[in-house]
Design a protein around this ligand. Structure first.
Ligand code: ATP
Ligand code: MG
Length: 589
């Protein structure tokens, strides 16, 4: 018996209309094609078709992990609070951590990630440098109580991740595994047919961490990226430190001038009022040092950036440790005016931080710290002091490449995976040590590596969807070929059954649409679900000894002799599979 899937028996409830709740393309397609159903916000069931595709992605991930010597295991989703208290994350993880109590009142969480758990295992069982390096992974459901679960599988509260962890005696060894993982992640993206780009996620300047994100390029992606066409540089705009271009309009010093600017609260209004462009204004954002451990605790911090740029809160936090940006509702508490903040006449103790790119500007148009007033031609060093110069703005397209200076291009992306060198963060806090070659006790060096398995499924759809549904890469399609008979009995049905069996026997994943439905319904569902190849068997074709083979991606239809359908389709599937073979070098060569 062949394992042909029958549409008549398949639990694949397709929808004719777009569901109102679908907020993004992949969400719409997943719901309409009957691949997933929502159970609660950010919580989904995978129906048979969705589960098939998901399992295919898991299998690709598994093969690539096994190929670099990572070992599969499975840890519990439920984790005792003690481990998280040891690492210090029970408190810092915040409301995103799903917490629960058992019947004895003991605290647990549902794992959003497994650094604590794996560290607690390895610290007991691995004693010597001789047992290192060690690389372990699991494919498992993760829980994060996201503040805004949305976009279907792209940002769920329960989702499937492949997470890997590695343990090392030396930085060189960690680096080696990190690079092997990065190459494996590139191969995974290639096999999924994703148009992707590895990007710096947290550049040296920003956090000193070694990490790369793999971004599937997509217009509706949540992440903004910048990349260089002339060199390899590519980064998450949140993390990038770029060369911010400035073309100062003012080149001569003039006396500072106080101007009355009633009802002016935004940069655009100010620029309009004084007749300059937003580019030539400087805007001031306020923060307060909230960290009781900081010597600056309670001080205000003003961040000055070009009027047409956004302050990056991560960079603000690096310039002033422990700072929290204020929203305007809080301004009254600190007795500072809305819409006219500036570096002149600040309250005593205010830390003034200005964006590096403003250094060459002779004078600035700024708020006067007085309702309804601004200063023109305010000069740093003459009219006010800048306490700190720093990289402060969110990078954007058009900024200079930090490596070669070429203007950067912008794109949007979906983070499908990330590799990270953790160093000794967890091994130190959790006392996970091994005996080094010289006999001393040392904390493990660690790396962690995550692939969003369910998010990747949605990312593939984001790149492959059209008005009718999705044109899957064969590697992810729930099944590779659909045989579509245009009658439910007689010669047409028999011929179709026969073809389906022969295709399945040739090792092709095959479904037959044996439902008693009109041709139009069958064709619409076939394109919606997106079977990569469709073999249409009709009365006339059978009489003439031919079937029509449709390529879902190109829409191309070919008449093929019934005797040659199996061979023809097998060749198509084989070449589609080959086209998705990884381009990134494999460890075996
Ligand atoms: P994001 O910045 O998108 O919230 P993250 O950086 O917090 O993600 P990681 O901790 O790096 O996520 O997790 C590894 C991978 O798990 C991510 O690259 C992503 O593909 C996936 N992932 C993370 N959060 C979610 C989620 N809420 N829903 C689905 N997949 C997710
Ligand atoms: Mg990440």
């Amino acid at each position: 018996m062949s394992n042909v899937v029958r549409m008549s028996a398949l639990y694949a409830p397709t929808l004719k209309e777009d569901p109102a709740e679908a907020d993004v393309t992949s969400h719409r397609v997943l719901l309409r094609s009957g691949m997933i159903r929502k159970t609660a916000a950010g919580v989904y069931s995978f129906l048979p078709l969705g589960w098939r595709s998901l399992r295919k992605i898991e299998q690709i991930v598994r093969e690539e992990m096994d190929a670099i010597g990572s070992q599969e295991m499975l840890m519990p989703a439920m984790q005792p609070a003690e481990l998280w208290l040891e690492s210090g994350r029970w408190d810092v993880y915040g409301p995103e951590l799903m917490r629960l109590k058992d019947r004895h009142g003991r605290d647990f969480c549902l794992g959003p990630t497994h650094e604590e758990l794996i560290t607690s295992l390895v610290r007991h069982d691995v004693r010597s440098y001789r047992e290192l390096p060690l690389s372990l992974y699991q494919i498992q459901v993760k829980f994060r109580d996201e503040i805004r679960p949305r976009f279907g599988l792209l940002r769920g509260r329960e989702f499937i991740m492949k997470d890997a962890y590695s343990f090392h005696a030396s930085q060189e060894s960690l680096q080696e595994t990190y690079e092997a993982m990065s190459r494996a992640y590139a191969r995974i993206c290639e096999r999924l047919g994703l148009d992707f780009r590895p990007v710096e996620a947290d550049s040296g300047q920003i956090g000193g961490k070694v990490t790369t994100e793999f971004m599937a390029l997509a217009d509706e992606g949540e992440a903004a990226l910048v990349y260089c066409e002339d060199c390899d540089f590519a980064a998450n705009a949140e993390a990038a430190s770029t060369v911010v271009p400035r073309h100062p309009a003012v080149t001569v010093a003039r006396p500072m001038e106080k101007v009355h600017t009633p009802d002016i609260h935004t940069i655009a209004e100010l620029a309009d009022f004084v007749g300059i462009s937003a580019h030539d204004t400087v805007k001031t954002m306020a923060g307060v040092v909230d960290d009781p451990a900081s010597p600056d605790h309670g001080r205000l911090a003003f961040f000055l950036v070009p009027g047409d740029r956004e302050l990056n809160p991560i960079k603000a936090g690096l310039a002033v440790a422990g700072v929290r940006l204020l929203d305007e509702a809080e301004f009254a508490t600190f007795d500072i005016p809305k819409g006219s903040l500036g570096p002149v006449n600040t309250k005593p103790g205010t830390i003034v931080v200005a964006e590096n790119a403003l250094r060459d500007e002779v004078s600035w148009g700024v708020g006067a710290n007085e309702d309804g007033y601004h200063f023109l031609h305010a000069m740093p060093g003459r009219d006010f002091e800048v306490g700190r110069w720093a990289d402060l703005v969110v990078a954007q397209a058009g900024d200079g490449c930090p490596v070669c200076g070429t203007p950067l291009l912008g794109a949007r992306g979906i983070e499908v995976s990330q590799v990270f060198q953790l160093g000794t963060k967890y091994s130190e806090s959790m006392g996970a040590t091994f005996t080094a070659e010289d006999g001393s006790e040392k904390p493990f060096l660690m790396g962690c590596y995550g692939v969003g398995v369910s998010r990747s499924l949605a990312a593939v759809i984001e790149q492959r969807a059209d008005e009718m549904g999705v044109a899957w890469p064969v590697t992810v399609a729930p099944l590779e070929v659909a045989v579509i008979p245009l009658a439910v009995d007689g010669e047409v049905a028999d011929t179709a059954e026969n073809l389906a069996i022969r295709l399945a026997e040739a090792g092709i994943e095959t479904v037959i649409d044996d439902r008693d439905e009109r041709a139009g319904v069958k064709f619409a569902d076939a394109d919606l679900i997106g079977w990569p190849y469709q073999v249409v068997v009709g009365k006339r074709g059978v009489a003439e000894g031919i079937a029509e083979v449709k390529d879902r991606a190109s829409g191309e239809r070919t008449s093929v002799a019934l005797t040659e359908v199996t061979e023809h389709v097998a060749a198509l599937v084989a070449s589609a599979r080959a086209a998705l073979a990884p381009k990134t070098a494999h460890p075996a060569g």
